[in-house]
Every structure is written in structure tokens, then in C-alpha cells.
Ligand binder design. Structure first.
Ligand code: KIV
Ligand code: ZN
Length: 502
């Protein structure tokens, strides 16, 4: 048995059937061209009879995308097949993908056909498709809920009439991996002529088993997997292309098979599909989720810095990502903090490091991920050489449209904790007055400026002030995600500078 696994992409057909996705001809062509860069084997470009735009998309892709097989879907009737044949006219390797249900549930309740009628339709459909192309794929819809022997009979009819690919869809994502593998074995053991056929699988993800079932089928002889980029498709979607491909690539020695996919194009393909379909990708989605190569826990970051094989089984560059990310957050350790400072060119003195790291941890606790601007602000603040005679311990403010603002501030003064309260014209003014009570300062605020040093609603704000203390003017600065806290810190910083200068 050959070891190559054909990747049949159905993003533009089953993927586009996902609720809310509407791709126009231009968008479908853009995706098809990217699939071609990905070195896909087969692009299922659409279902030509279903709409004018689907017909046009199949036609455009057939004309424009060379070096790939292009497939078009058709139910088992003449109109569908003729429409698919016509739309595929310009394709170098056209495939008509015709289907009919094989399960009694579908035949009885949906199509109102007997098994015998279904067999007859399957045979006719494949035969008619062969008038347009030598490559005909036949799918037995709802195969996994069908009577296995009847399914094998249907496949036998399809082969006799000229099908070269037989597809086993798990249409409603119902199969269990072990059961699915036994079905594949059963087909190999009971369908005459199967040895000359490519057996394909098309698994839906209703129970989250689409990828596992596809892989199981490969281990039992299937040689084509139908899948969609980012796993999009009807309901819970199809087997996700990037997962299928990267499993095969990562475990090729154990699986003994390979694909021809250019894995370095995976990220680009995923992001084009994401932006054109508007279907967002969960951050923890395997392979293409934004956290799939991101590490936050200190112990993981430490391992990654020593050797990335400790916590990564795929090299990010293998799927087209520049690098893994060490996320600086509340779980990060000193190593990652220092490494990131180095990366962004910040030098910090040994003696400032501990305090900067503490400041970083407390900020990360409030803010989550800490970015480069945040880091710069933290370090800049720590590197200023002012002795902290006054140290903010806590504060509480009350303010509102109908109450006078008040503040209670707790400051450690030379080792002793002191508390004072005051009212003022807003929470910042009230806090400054409370600080004055503790420090005994009497100052005039000359300048007050606030600036966001990072982006987003939870950005760090940096407050810079200048106060006139009678004999001299001093500046103070403070950072926090809370502007009142940043202001209090700036004022205490100014108090420390005055103290240092006195
Ligand atoms: O899920 C399914 O059964 C299908 C067929 C048309 C192959 O999409
Ligand atoms: Zn499907």
C-alpha cells in the first residue's frame, strides 16, 4: 500500500456551508490560490448546482488554479452532474464528487427511496459523471450509520460504474474511532475491486472526534482525508486540515505515512480563511490558535529557554510562525523577565532587578499579559535612583457626582506606617492632601500630565507631575493601570525627591 495521504480540502464547499459564512467568487479564488501554495492535492471548489455564485467559483478556480485537482459536488442526479461537469471544464484534473445516502435513516425519512433505488441512482450517477471526467469520487452519505453490508454493496456498484475514489463520510460525527476503523477494515474485506481505489474519509466533528477518526482510518488503509482549514464546516465542522497534516508530519515515523503539504504555509492559510470567513479561532486551538506556541508558566518558560524541546513538539517555523512566544504574565518567572528585557534592549542594574521584577508581578496580577511598553515603563520607574523614604502601602478613595471626594492613604515612613484622610476636589486632589498630612509637605501642583504607555483599556497610565515646594520645583512620576494610583505614586515620588534634596 502506498504511503502518501492525499489531502482533499473542502473549505470552499463543506466549510462554506457553515452557518454565517458567505464567500464571493473573488474570496473563494483567493483561498484556492493559497491552498495551491499549501500544495494541496484536491480543492473541492463548490457545489455548482446550488447557486450561480458556486457555479462561477468552480469555473473560475478550474480555470485559474493549475497543477491541482479541482472537485465539484453533485447529488446523484443528471442536472447536478451536468452542472458540475460544465463548471469543471477548464480544470486540469477535474473530479466530479457525486453522492447519495446509504443509511436507512436518510433513505427512509429524507429521500423516500428504497435501498434498491439508491443503488440504481448511485450507479447511474457515477456512470454519467464519467462522461465528463475519468476521476469520479463517490460518497455514501451517512456511511457510518448505514448497514455495513449494504454500504459495501453500494461501493461495489460505484466501482463497477467507474468510480476511482470512494468516500466514507461520518456525516453526523457519530462514529467512535475503534468502530470507524472496523468499518474501514470491513470495506477492505468486502468490496470487490477496492484494491484499485483510493479510499477516502470525511469526518464531521459533532463529538470532537473528526481528526481522531480520520487518523484511525489512515491506520487502517484509507489514503485520502477530507478536511477543512480551521476545521470549519457544517455544524461543529469538519476534521481540521492543519491538525490532520501536523499529526501526520509530527508522528510520520510512527504512522508510516506522509502528505505533500507545505506545512510552512499553514499559518498564512489559516489566517486568510479566518479573515475571509469571519470565523474566529479559539486561542487554544491546536496548531493555529494564538496560544498554540505561547508559554506563560514560569517552569515552562524556564524549560523553553534551556531547550525548546522541553515543551514544544512542533517547531513554530514548520507551520510558518516566526517563533514561539514567552508570554510575560503573572505566572512568569525571573528568567523570562530578564530574557525579554534583554530582547528589547533594556539594561537593568542588578540591584534594581528584584524591585522591577516585583513591580512586574504585581502589575501582571492586575493586567494579565505585560507588553514591551509596559516593561519599559516599569523599568524606567525602577531605575530612577530615589531612595523610598515614603512608601505607599494602601489607599482608598470615594468619589461620585453627588459626593465630595475623599481619600485615605497609608504610607510607610521610614519603617513606620502612617494613615491620613482628606477631602478634595476629586480623588486625586483628596489623595494629595492626605499625603501632605503625612509628609508635612506644602506644595503647589505646577504641572500634571497623564499618558497611556501601553495600549488597550487596561493600558498602563504614567502620571508625571511637577510640584513647587517653595524653595524648589521637583518632578515625580508613577505608573499603574489605575490613574488615581499612578497619581498617588507620582506625588509620593516627588515627596521622596524633596526629602532626598533636603
Ligand atoms: O458530510 C457529508 O456526508 C458530506 C458529503 C456530501 C460528502 O459532506
Ligand atoms: Zn460533510
Amino acid at each position: 500500500m502506498k504511503n502518501k495521504i492525499y489531502i482533499f480540502d473542502t473549505t470552499l464547499r463543506d466549510g462554506e456551508q457553515a452557518p454565517g459564512i458567505h464567500l464571493n467568487v473573488k474570496e473563494k479564488l483567493e483561498i484556492a490560490q493559497q491552498l495551491s501554495r499549501l500544495n494541496i492535492d484536491i480543492i473541492e471548489a463548490g457545489f455548482p448546482i446550488s447557486s450561480e455564485s458556486d457555479f462561477e467559483s468552480v469555473q473560475e478556480i478550474s480555470r485559474a488554479v493549475k497543477g491541482r485537482a479541482v472537485a465539484a459536488l453533485a447529488r446523484a442526479n443528471d442536472r447536478d452532474i451536468d452542472s458540475a461537469g460544465l463548471a469543471l471544464k477548464g480544470a486540469e484534473q477535474p473530479i466530479i464528487h457525486t453522492f447519495i445516502s446509504s443509511s436507512d435513516i436518510h433513505l427512509r425519512y429524507q429521500f423516500k427511496k428504497t435501498r434498491e433505488q439508491a443503488l440504481e441512482m448511485a450507479g447511474r450517477a457515477v456512470k454519467r459523471s464519467r462522461q465528463y471526467t475519468d476521476m469520479v469520487e463517490f460518497s455514501a452519505m451517512d456511511a457510518t450509520r448505514s448497514d455495513w453490508d449494504f454500504l459495501c454493496r453500494m461501493f461495489g456498484v460505484a466501482i463497477k460504474n467507474g468510480a476511482s475514489i470512494l468516500n466514507v463520510p461520518d456525516t453526523v460525527g457519530y462514529a467512535l474511532p475503534d468502530e470507524f476503523s472496523r468499518l474501514i477494515d470491513h470495506i477492505y474485506a468486502n468490496v470487490e475491486g477496492i484494491e484499485d481505489i483510493i479510499l477516502s474519509v470525511h469526518c464531521h466533528n459533532d463529538l470532537g472526534l473528526a481528526v481522531a477518526n480520520s487518523l484511525m482510518a489512515v491506520q487502517h488503509g484509507a489514503r485520502q482525508i477530507e478536511c477543512a482549514v480551521n476545521g470549519i464546516g457544517e455544524r461543529a465542522g469538519n476534521a481540521s486540515l492543519e491538525e490532520v497534516v501536523m499529526i501526520i508530519d509530527t508522528r510520520k515515523k510512527d504512522l508510516g505515512v506522509y502528505t505533500d503539504i507545505k506545512t510552512e504555509e499553514i499559518v498564512r492559510t489559516s489566517s486568510i480563511v479566518k479573515s475571509l470567513t469571519g470565523y474566529v479561532i479559539a486561542p487554544n486551538k491546536a496548531i493555529v490558535g494564538k496560544n498554540a506556541f505561547a508559554h506563560e508558566a514560569g517552569i515552562h518558560q524556564d524549560g523553553m529557554l534551556k531547550d525548546r524541546s522541553t515543551y514544544e513538539i512542533i517547531r513554530p517555523e514548520d507551520i510558518g510562525l516566526k517563533e514561539s512566544k514567552l508570554i510575560l504574565g503573572k505566572h512568569s518567572g525571573r528568567h523570562a523577565f530578564i530574557k525579554r528585557l534583554e530582547e528589547i534592549g533594556i539594561k537593568i542594574r542588578e540591584e534594581d532587578l528584584e524591585k522591577a521584577f516585583e513591580r512586574f508581578k504585581s502589575l501582571a496580577e492586575k493586567k494579565g499579559a505585560i507588553n514591551e511598553q509596559d516593561l519599559r515603563a516599569i523599568v524606567e520607574n525602577e531605575m530612577r535612583e530615589v531612595e523610598e523614604y515614603y512608601l505607599l502601602k494602601d489607599y482608598k478613595v470615594k468619589s461620585g457626582s453627588n459626593i465630595t471626594a475623599s481619600s485615605e492613604v497609608e504610607i510607610e515612613v521610614n519603617g513606620e506606617v502612617k494613615t491620613a484622610s482628606a477631602e478634595g476636589d476629586g480623588p486625586v486632589d483628596a489623595s494629595f492632601k492626605a499625603i501632605d498630612k503625612i509628609t508635612g509637605m506644602s506644595t503647589t501642583l505646577v504641572d500634571y500630565a497623564i499618558e497611556a504607555v501601553s495600549e488597550g483599556k487596561d493600558a498602563i497610565g504614567q502620571v508625571k507631575i511637577i510640584v513647587d515646594a517653595g524653595s524648589s520645583e521637583v518632578m515625580g512620576s508613577g505608573i499603574s493601570t489605575d490613574i488615581v494610583e499612578a497619581s498617588i505614586k507620582a506625588y509620593i515620588d516627588a515627596a521622596n525627591r524633596l526629602k532626598a534634596g533636603s
